[in-house]
Design a protein around this ligand. Sequence first.
Ligand SMILES: Nc1ncnc2c1ncn2[C@@H]1O[C@H](COP(=O)(O)OP(=O)(O)OP(=O)(O)O)[C@@H](O)[C@H]1O
Length: 349
Amino acid sequence: MKGNAQLRGIVKRHGDTTVLHGVDLEIGAGEFFVLLGPSGSGKTTTLRILAGLEPVSEGQVLIDGEDVTHAEPGARDVAMVFQSYALYPHMTVAENIGFPLRMVGTDKATLAQAVQDAAARVSIGHLLQRRPGQLSGGQQQRVALARAIVRQPRLFLLDEPLSNLDAKLRLETRLELKQLQRSLGVTTVYVTHDQEEAMTLADRVAVFMDGRIVQIATPREIFRRPAQVAVAGFIGTPPMNLLPATWSGDRVLLEGVSHRVAHTAPQDREVVLGVRPGEMRAGTEGSPARVEYVEELGDHCILDLKAGGQRIKLKADTQAALAEGEQTFLSFEPGSVHLFDRASGQRLN
Ligand SMILES: Nc1ncnc2c1ncn2[C@@H]1O[C@H](COP(=O)(O)OP(=O)(O)OP(=O)(O)O)[C@@H](O)[C@H]1O
């Protein structure tokens, strides 16, 4: 199966600023691979390097074992879809989709058939004679997808392709995109800063922070065992509570109150204690806290609490909800905690 991609020691500099500090990645054939991270962390630069739109300062790019580091975009057999769909306004939808095939001199009958097939796959077969200006944003986005898949590239590269769609359409298109990728079996590299999009689409995710990859894992693993405090703070809605604490023996001291944890510290240690809002319990034991705000979200609610100097979020059933201003005590299961080194941010348990 074709479509394996490798980045080896990629460094990218713009003058004095280094924006990628040695990125290593191997993406398997047929995989849906997501580059996730905050704005400016280097995701787009990495994608453009794969596409051949951006030269590297150091390192190697390989596609199916072949060194393409210095190959032109056209010679890499990859297709890219941008956030702005970049359609040609004077061409019909059919001409837009067929453009990559026309460029390589595909005969008319083959081209017409390929355009039909690609359009049908993204449900725009009825729009072929329109021009981009006569389409909705969602339809334009589908034309861009059809244009990318029409020549069955080795790699399908997408840069925030759903970000211009409204929330409802984004959810629908997300699911269709996953189905499309499965049915085509094409290796897909997808850039987003939206963790929910990453979690639902990806086979594996690479989390970028400040021009480095800090974790590569399945969405489940990234959620369950974030490798770094920065990853923990980026994943989950709302993200994990991250609280300075002291870890000593099988206990953590949080705001003067001791809680049991499932792991024993080799020595006393200053840590960041991570507990997901869904794992926090309000009851009669634990750290005293006061409910500051209640956010109603229909089937559940988020309580915003203050425990000493700490702000803590707790996800609760609507029925069990406490009222604003009420006092309570916070606890958590010993096995539900994440422990990170205070200085380095590295996971300890
Ligand atoms: N031509 C350039 N000259 C200088 N710095 C640049 C240039 N292009 C990008 N950068 C910087 O490189 C860093 C990484 O940018 P990149 O677009 O890859 O990030 P990103 O994670 O994709 O962010 P976003 O989600 O905002 O697109 C940013 O700090 C950006 O300002």
